[in-house]
Design a protein around this ligand. Structure first.
Ligand SMILES: Cc1ncc(COP(=O)(O)O)c(C=O)c1O
Length: 438
């Protein structure tokens, strides 16, 4: 049992009967099942390679002791340092947690979101952005979107701030930066906490600052469908509030920070200090394996982003000729997107039909119709929690028009040149058909 570490539960000194004996380690067969699961394949060559690895792993396990610690230890710390450096934030700003939704929860709890409070979220995003305030009984206020980017429109945010507004949650949809300067100005003026939903925005930047590091909090997702993943699930919370850095570390696991020794189990575990008072945290711990997975992917992340940019650039160049088509914006010196999703828009008047018709045509031609983000206020959960979807829709006219008639997202990563060409041709051809009334 080699579980010597930062975890106070194993720091019980040299004993004949160690505390760590209450847990279980993994063996060579467990490891092989993981290799088989991650490296799936078929055929003789695959089976032969697997047999070689199997033999080597069993041999290794015979000569080495199990490394031991599986949760919240050295690899998690190493990853957090790597992310701090990558983002250019103060040491200790990044916290690796179960997923982006649990990272949001820490920020929402810090702000003590409760019934009567108002939280401004963009009209279009994924339900995870609003799950905590909705469940906590706060009032969600939907900001209309900028039709060019689908991101929240700062001018509409300004119109919707009231004395009850406690948080603004800008979402960098598809990895395209929100116009953060006006939002931060509003937040400063009205003493509002800003949580950036940078689930899609890891590595992108706005005016030289990485997305997720501009607000009081930022959160990234490393779920398997994102630009890089910590083996399926994972999130990072970043905080710009220096006095909350140590608190965030405790907030990850029920008030305990594993990098500090606990002297007295009963009395040293206390509540977390939020902005308006103490709060009790949940458990959003992560494993060393998840951290290791993300460390590996981060080592090649620049290449991943460059490839996404290359594929998006090809599509935008191919689609730029027809005035009915509005391709993904590629950014500029101030705006560096992550190209998590490719945003395709059309002008229904010039295209002779709306995006629903285009999507149907693309579907018929074999271009995947990926389910994209829709108006948050249309989720059944919003109505079930007592909010009026129609009133929200009336306050977000741009969102209504853009969602129904103008935009879709395209897959944009890992495509061959042939697939990219096929997709661009299919879009050009479909819009031409629509313009010709077919
Ligand atoms: C915009 C947005 N925010 C938040 C999340 C939640 O991320 P996670 O699955 O890591 O909790 C997602 C996930 O798809 C997302 O698309």
């Amino acid at each position: 049992m080699g579980k010597e570490t930062t975890d106070f539960r194993y720091n019980t000194g040299a004993t004949k009967v160690p505390w760590a004996a209450v847990g279980e380690d993994y063996n060579a067969q467990d490891l092989m099942e993981i290799v088989k699961f991650l490296m799936q394949g078929k055929g003789e060559e695959h089976d032969a390679a697997l047999a070689e690895v199997d033999a080597a792993v069993h041999k290794l396990s015979a000569i080495s002791t199990p490394p031991g610690k599986l949760s919240l230890a050295g690899k998690v710390e190493e990853l957090e340092k790597m992310v701090d450096e990558y983002l250019g934030v103060a040491p200790g700003s990044s916290l690796f947690v179960t997923n982006c939704t649990s990272a949001f929860e820490v920020a929402y709890r810090y702000a003590d979101i409760k019934p009567g409070d108002e939280v401004i979220v963009p009209a279009i995003t994924f339900i995870a952005t609003m799950a905590y305030p909705l469940g906590a009984g706060a009032k969600l206020v939907f900001a209309d979107i900028d039709p060019k980017t689908l991101n929240m429109d700062p001018a509409d945010v300004a119109r919707k701030i009231t004395p009850k507004t406690k948080m603004i949650v800008p979402v960098h949809i598809g990895g395209y930066p929100v116009d953060m300067d006006p939002i931060m100005e509003l937040a400063k003026k009205h003493d509002i906490i800003v949580l950036e939903d940078a689930a899609h925005g890891f590595g992108g930047s706005y005016k030289g600052r990485k997305l997720g590091t501009i607000g009081h909090f930022g959160a990234y997702s490393f779920h398997e469908v994102k630009n890089c993943t910590s083996f399926g699930e994972g999130g990072i919370l970043v905080t710009n509030i220096p006095e909350f850095r140590a608190e965030a570390r405790r907030a990850r696991f029920l008030g305990v920070d594993f990098s500090n020794k606990i002297k007295n189990w009963l009395y040293d575990v206390s509540c977390i200090k939020g902005k308006y008072g103490p709060f009790m945290s949940a458990n959003t711990s992560v494993t060393e394996i998840q951290a290791l997975g993300l460390i590996q992917q981060m080592k090649r992340y620049d290449k991943i982003l460059a490839e996404r940019r290359r594929e998006s650039t090809y599509m935008t160049e191919r689609l730029s000729g027809n005035p009915a088509i509005i391709p993904q914006d590629l950014g500029n010196a101030d705006i560096d997107p992550t190209f998590h999703l490719y945003l395709l828009q059309i002008d229904p008047e010039k295209a002779g039909g709306d995006v629903q018709k285009l999507k149907q045509k693309l579907d018929e031609k074999g271009v995947t119709n990926i389910p994209h983000f829709g108006p948050l206020y249309r989720f059944a959960a919003v109505k079930e929690m007592g909010l009026d979807p129609d009133a929200a829709a009336a306050s977000c006219p741009v969102c209504e028009e853009v969602f129904d008639r103008r935009f879709t997202h395209l897959p944009i990563y890992g495509l061959s040149d042939e697939q990219l060409k096929y997709m661009a041709d299919a879009i050009l051809e479909s819009v031409k058909e629509m313009q010709e009334g077919r």
